[in-house]
Write a protein of this length. Structure first.
Lengths: 106, 119
């Protein structure tokens, strides 16, 4: 199985800051990585597909980058509604998810 | 509008069985691969099963292989997950999800159905 390691586990920020969340794969997966946001008591929502492709309806402050084993989700100027948990998922082989990064208010 | 609605969850004893359903609407169900993904309380997401659009292939996570069976009825736009020999570690919210391609991404998710395995 491909293991995805997300870091940091928790990120404490103030609104208006820009942040980067990391996802590292245990082997090369090209750009077969996707990012999700999950708010408390809600289903996950797809934010970015194939490392950097945008999703209709998702604010432009969310962007993704990377290929191979190292991937990044960036949030430009965090807003209050962004405080939630973020997961990466690979589709290079049978799907696996990272453990998540919790973005919290400092 | 794509909708996925799960049902069938509940409180069951260890060793028992349960069958979950996911009714799909708003898209051509018979054209898409479907998945089950679960989330234990306060934990992360775990993919557990995939079924091809035509039921020709099925794949499972090691944690459920041999105990869970994924199936679908395209005439009823419904996805199923039959769960046998349930364990306490199977306690989770179970989501069905649709993927445009074989293994993801998961653009659409249901609201989930909660399965609690406890004596």
């Amino acid at each position: 199985d491909i293991v995805l390691t997300q870091s940091p586990a928790t990120l404490s920020v103030t609104p208006g800051e820009s942040v980067s969340l990391s996802c590292r794969a245990s082997q090369g997966i090209s750009t077969s990585i996707h990012w999700y946001q999950q708010k408390s008591n809600e289903s996950p929502r797809l934010l970015i597909k194939y490392a950097s492709q945008s999703i209709s309806g998702i604010p432009s402050r969310f962007s993704g980058s990377g290929s191979g084993t190292d991937f990044t989700l960036s949030i430009n100027r965090v807003e209050s509604e962004d405080f939630s948990v973020y997961y990466c998922q690979q589709s290079y082989s049978l799907p696996t998810f990272g453990a998540g990064t919790k973005l919290e208010l400092k | 509008e794509v909708q996925l609605v799960e049902s069938g969850g509940g409180l069951v004893q260890p060793g028992s069985s349960l069958k979950l359903s996911c009714v799909a609407s708003g898209f051509t169900f018979s054209s898409y691969n479907m998945h089950w993904i679960r989330q234990a309380p306060k934990k992360g997401l775990e993919w557990i099963a995939l079924i091809y659009y035509d039921s020709s292939n099925k794949y499972y996570a090691d944690s459920v292989k041999g105990r869970f069976t994924i199936s679908r009825d395209n005439s009823k736009n419904t996805l199923y997950l039959e769960m046998n020999s349930l364990r306490s570690e199977d306690t989770a919210m179970y989501y069905c999800a649709k993927s445009a391609f074989e293994l993801g991404p998961f653009a659409y998710w249901g609201q989930g159905t909660l399965v609690t395995v406890s004596s």
